[in-house]
Design a protein. Sequence first.
Length: 594
Amino acid sequence: MIISRTKVSRIGFAALLLAGVGMPALGQDTPESLLPPGFDDPAPTPAPAPGPAPAPSRAAQPIAPVEGVELPADTALGNVAEGAPVEAVAIDLSRYELPEFARHSLDRVGAVAAGNAAFPADSFGDSDGRFLQVLMRRMDAPIASRWASIVLRRALMSPLDTPAGVNGADFAADRAWALLRMGEANAARAVIEDVDTDNYTGWLYQVAMQAALASGDPAMLCPIADKGAAATPQRGWALAQAMCMGLAGKPNEAGQLFNRARSGTSPSDIDNLLAEKVLGTGAQGRRAVTIEWNPVSQLTAWRWGLATATGVEVPADLYQTAGPQVRYWQALAPNLDATARASAAELAATAGVFSSAGLVDLYSEIEQSGDTGGGLAVARDLRTAYTDGDVGNRIKALQTLWDGVSTPRTRYARLILTARAASWIPAGDKVEEADRLIQSMLSSGYEAAALEWRGVVKRGSEGWALLALADPGGSSIASGDVAGFADSGSRRKAQMLLAGLAGLGKLSAGEAQNAASALDVQIGGVNAWTQAIDAAGQRGDAATVALLAGVGMQSLSWDYVAPEALFHIVAAMRAAGMGNYARMIAVEAVTRAA
C-alpha cells in the first residue's frame, strides 16, 4: 500500500478535520490487482512455432500481471517543460523538510500497487524522453482494450528510470496526466506523491490539482497550495488556498482569502460556491451553501471533484458533457455509495480500471444495503450464480445477468462481473453457453479454468477460437482452421483471430500469409508506428511497448482497432516478455469484435 506523503485527510472525515489531525487520505489505496491469483505463474514453455512475430534481441524479463478548472489543453503543454522548482514562500518550513536520506530522487519515480509486481526500472530502455512525452500527451485516452489499459497503467505507475532529455518531475506529471485521462485517478495520485514537493514544476502543479479533483480529495492540495498559487496564478489555486485554510480550522483567514479569490466573478458562480462548500466543512466553518445545478451546462474536473468531496450529487445528464474517464473516477470514489457507483463501475471494468472482484464486492454491498433498485436484482442473481447447489440454476442466473443489458460495453462488463462464477461451472459437453462461459472466464484472466473446456468446445466455435489464443502451450493452428471459423461466424472476429494467432506465433509464416490473404489483413504493412512498436518489442522495452500499444488503440470502441494493429501489439508484447497480456488482448479482440 502506498502511504500518502500529503499528510492531510479527506475532508469527508469530519472528526479528523475537527481535531486538526494530519494523516494519509483514507480510501485512496493504490489500484488493486485486476487478475486472479496464479494468472502468470511460470510454466514450462515449449519451443515457439515459427511465425512473423519479432524475436527479442536481448533477454526480456517476463512482466507478471496481477489482476471549475478545465483540463489543460495540449496546446499549452509546451510552456511547462523548463522544470525549475518554485521558490518557497516566506515561511520557515525547514523544520518540516525531509532529511536527506528520506528524499526521493527524480532519477526514478513511481509506486507499486499492492499485489502487483512492478515493471523493471529500465523498461523504457534508451527511448528519448521527449518522444515518450509526445506519445503520452497526444494519446487519446481512454483506449479500446481493457487488457492493454491494465498493462499501460502498470507501466506508467511503476517506479521507472527517468529517460534522457526530460526533467524527472515533468515526466512524472506526463505519466500521471495520461493515467488521469485513462480514468486511473488512484494510480496518477500515487505517481505524483512519489515526487518531493521541493521538486515540483509548473506542469506537475497543474497535474497534481487534476489528480486531487479526480480523486475527490481537495485536501490533497493543502501541502502545495501556497507554492502552487505562486507558480500558477490561476483562480483555482487561490481558491485552493482558501479551502485549505478553512480545512485547517481558520474560518476568518479562509473567508478573507476566499473573498479575494472570487473578486470580479458572479456571486452565483458554481465553481466559487463549491469551493465555499469545501471551505465550510472545516472546524468552525459555519457556512451553509446550496448548490444549484440548473444553470450549469458543462461538468469539469473542478466541479466533479469538489461536489464529490462534499457529498453533492452530480446530475446524471451532466456526465454526458464530460469525457468517459469521469465515470471511471466516479467508480473509484470511496465516499459515494455503492448504488451510485454501480453503473460507472461496470463501465470502468471494461476499461481495466475496475476488477471483477471489485464488481462482486460492490454488488454484495448493494445487497447488504437493502437497496430496492435494479442493483439489488443484479446482486441476487449474482449470489445465485455463485452459491446455488444446482449447476443449471447457476447457469440460468448467469444468462439473466448477461442478457439483462443491451450495449456491447455493458455486455462485456457483465462477462467481467461473472468471471469467477463462470470459472466454477464444471466443464462438460451437456453444459449450455460454453462460449459465453469461456468469454467470461477469460475476460478476467481465469485462464486455467477456461482451458479445462478444450476437450468440450466444438472446433470452429468461438469458444474454440478463444482457447486457441489463450493456451500458452498450444500447438500450431492451420490457416484452414481460421477459414473455417470465418465461414461459421463473423468475418471481423476471424480477422482478429488471425491477427492474434499470427502475433502469438501460433501460425507458421506460410499459414499466416495464406490466412491474411484470404481475410484481407495486411499484417506485413509498415509505417512509423509499426516500426516503433516492433523495435521496442525486439529490444525488450516493456513500458515503451505498453505505451505504443495504447497509442495504437486510441478509441473507445474496438470497431476502430485494425487487425493489423492488433498483430503488431500482440507480437511486440510477446517479444518483450508480456506473453500473458498478449494472449488476453488477442482474446479480448475476438470477444468484443462485432
